[in-house]
Design a protein around this ligand. Structure first.
Ligand code: A4P
Ligand code: MG
Length: 233
């Protein structure tokens, strides 16, 4: 396991000084769609005078100030380890995003969805990024698509799921990108690897990942020390 000590509250921070956008330093990002009207529930913690809905799209907010993002990986179809490693490699290959740490791998009983699904392999990736949250989601979805992800049934089996668990400084109730992830705080298959990779992480509105992990049922969540993901050189 590659692990770098971090302290990540993830909650919206105090207002940063306005960052001057430098087009030369702009990350390669697909044009983002306008966010829907979620102003009341969306806070960037970056510029209180800006349209809060823009927090999911704001490049200016992150260009000169990389943010920590935690991503959850899950797979229960095909060669699960190859798929998870492929996701780590593709994330690391993303302009404007650097993978900092990758958790241990856990084999976990499926939660929800159809009966008879195979066990998942789950892991968590911690990255630093200058991409705004919606661009990170677009990249996550593109990585899923590259590994033949299909969506037939909710919580159904999948080759690869890449979810954003939390993005430093952003809270969002937008159903297209809810931050922090609305179910992360109650799931041992997320909290166990997240705690490995960032023991000091806090989920806004819920508390420390380590405390949350201590409180949830860990039945069906097994560390697989024989399986290891790595950050590409
Ligand atoms: N979306 C909203 N917020 C986010 C976010 N923070 N990160 C939207 C990623 N996507 C987000 O996603 C459905 C919709 O959620 C998308 O439109 C996206 O814009 P999806 O990837 O198509 O489907 P999903 O991931 O199955 O949806 P959902 O409801 O987020 O699933 P969960 O809650 O993540 O559960 N059991 C085990 N053991 N291990 C697992 O990994 N995963 C699930 C999926 C269920 N049971 C599991 C596991
Ligand atoms: Mg998903």
């Amino acid at each position: 396991m590659s692990n770098e000590p971090t302290t990540t509250p993830f909650a919206p921070a105090a207002a940063d000084p306005a960052a001057a956008a430098d087009p030369a330093a702009a990350p390669v990002a697909a044009p983002a769609e306008a966010a829907p009207g979620t102003a009341a529930t969306l806070r960037a913690g970056i510029d209180p005078m800006s349209d809060p809905a823009s927090a999911l799209d704001s490049v200016e907010a992150t260009l000169n100030s990389p943010r920590t993002v935690a991503l959850a990986l899950g797979s229960n179809i095909g060669n699960r380890m190859e798929l998870l490693q492929g996701a780590v490699d593709a994330l690391e290959d993303t302009p404007g995003l650097r993978v900092r740490a990758v958790s241990a791998v856990y084999e976990t009983d499926p939660v929800g969805g159809p009966e008879g699904q195979r066990a998942y392999l789950n892991a968590v990736v911690l990255a630093r990024t200058t991409l705004p949250p919606r661009s990170v989601l677009e990249r996550a979805n593109a990585v899923e698509d590259a590994f033949s992800r299909t969506r037939e049934v909710r919580w159904g089996p999948r080759t690869l799921d890449v979810d954003i668990l939390a993005y430093e400084g952003v809270v969002s109730a937008d159903p297209r990108l809810t931050l922090p992830h609305p179910r992360a705080h109650e799931r041992a298959f997320v909290l166990a690897p997240w705690c490995d990779v960032d023991p000091e992480a806090e989920i806004p509105g819920h508390g420390r990942v380590a405390d949350l992990l201590a409180a949830v049922d860990r039945t069906g969540v097994h560390h697989r020390p024989d399986l290891e993901l790595h950050i590409p050189e």
